[in-house]
Ligand binder design. Structure first.
Ligand code: KG4
Ligand code: ZN
Length: 359
């Protein structure tokens, strides 16, 4: 089955062609036009600018994907598109484009939940997790621990009560004057730093049975640290030499990142223990983080669960994962009318919040 996927929920305009067969997808084309340069001067995504950039990029990106895959619209079995959650003006661009193409080419339209897309990226890899498994979804807008019992069938075990993990990275990077997007910059700088140098708080670890997260206190702790010590490299910094400045920035990044990663790993370990599942997948942009990947792999070895993580370019937003989820939905008989709408807020569908501990 040949599926075209489209994604424009935040700051990437993406199109991909995936051939789905059984429980796996094979990527024929995977095109992403990033808007990082557009938003960098503002230190975060500006919704109006995002919508405008999506409008400029969407047709060239779709053309590029079809050309790279060597297919035409006529060859497709369905067109899948992210219809939420996300920035409403941004979502509309891919949704309207997908609808127009579906109508013009007479192809079925399949709306996709962005987080279900993230959880489907792993099926584009050679190794994919068995059912049931746990998914840790960590992105710029979401942090959730999900029990996946089947494609499209989930129970949310825990989620963030305030900032998402990616938001913590991005806001932290902004406080440190590192620029946007911050996650990958902190990841790189943390590489040369000491994760124990500064003791940042780890929230919500006191109760093992509570699988929710909170990251806003960590961001405030960093703000206090910056007020007391200055941003390394700035005139206000207490580190005196250039070498000390560099080391100090690396230590702050490593310590801040470690605080985020430790909470994510410990909550995931607690969820594995409580549910008894033998497999975990990481997904969403923060799953590209090298310390999280390493920390979770170590936890897997210690606790005996198998870890599955997509390649980094399939952790951050892309349309291959949307085509993959579209394939699963379409193969199960799912499709949408041309009245399909975009939804800024959209809880994970089919979720069963009343998860019974140990069930
Ligand atoms: O999934 P995604 O591309 O978009 C959303 O759905 O939100 O996730 C973007 C988030 C951003 O907060 C970004 O800083 C973070 O993922 N991110 C990272 C890394 N790469 C991207 N965070 C930490 N380390 C990384 N290497
Ligand atoms: Zn995403």
């Amino acid at each position: 089955m040949l599926i075209l996927g489209l994604e424009s929920s935040c700051d990437e305009t993406a199109a991909a062609v995936v051939r789905g067969r059984g429980a796996r997808g094979h990527v024929l084309a995977d095109v992403v036009a990033s808007q990082h340069d557009v938003h960098r001067p503002f230190g975060g995504v500006v919704p109006e600018l995002a919508s405008r950039a999506h409008i400029e990029h969407v047709i060239p990106v779709v053309d590029a994907a079809l050309t790279a895959a060597g297919v035409t619209l006529a060859d497709l079995d369905a067109i899948a598109v992210t219809c939420g959650p996300g920035l409403i003006g941004a979502l509309l661009v891919a949704v309207q484009t997908a609808k127009a193409m579906a109508y013009g080419a007479g192809k079925p339209l399949v709306g996709v939940h962005h987080l279900e897309g993230h959880m489907s990226a792993i099926y584009l890899e050679e190794r994919a997790p068995p059912m049931p498994h746990l998914a840790l979804i960590v992105s710029g807008g979401h942090t959730s621990l999900v029990l996946v019992t089947d494609h499209g069938s989930y129970g949310v075990l825990g989620q963030t009560r305030d900032d998402a993990a990616g938001e913590a990275f991005d806001k932290g990077a902004k406080l440190l004057g590192l620029g946007y997007p911050g996650g990958v910059l902190i990841d790189q700088l943390a590489n040369g730093g000491d994760p124990q140098a500064i003791s940042f708080p780890r929230a919500m670890l006191h109760k093992e049975s509570n699988l929710d997260f909170s990251f806003s206190g960590l961001k405030t702790a960093l703000l206090h640290w910056v007020r007391a010590n200055g941003v390394p490299g700035s005139p206000a910094s207490t580190a005196t030499t250039a070498v000390a400045q560099t080391q100090s920035m690396q230590d702050v990044c490593a310590s801040y990142q470690h605080a985020i990663v430790e909470v994510l790993v410990r909550k995931t370990r607690a969820a594995v223990e409580a549910t008894g599942v033998a497999a975990v997948q990481l997904c969403g942009g923060v799953a590209a983080n090298s310390a999280l990947r390493a920390g979770m792999a170590q936890a897997g070895l210690a606790d005996g669960f198998e870890l599955f993580v997509p390649k980094p370019s399939h952790c951050t937003d892309n349309a291959a994962m949307i085509a993959m989820r579209g394939y699963f939905r379409f193969a199960a008989g799912g499709r949408d009318e041309l009245t399909l709408d975009s939804r800024a807020n959209w809880p994970l569908p089919h979720a069963t919040p009343q998860w019974v501990r140990g069930a």
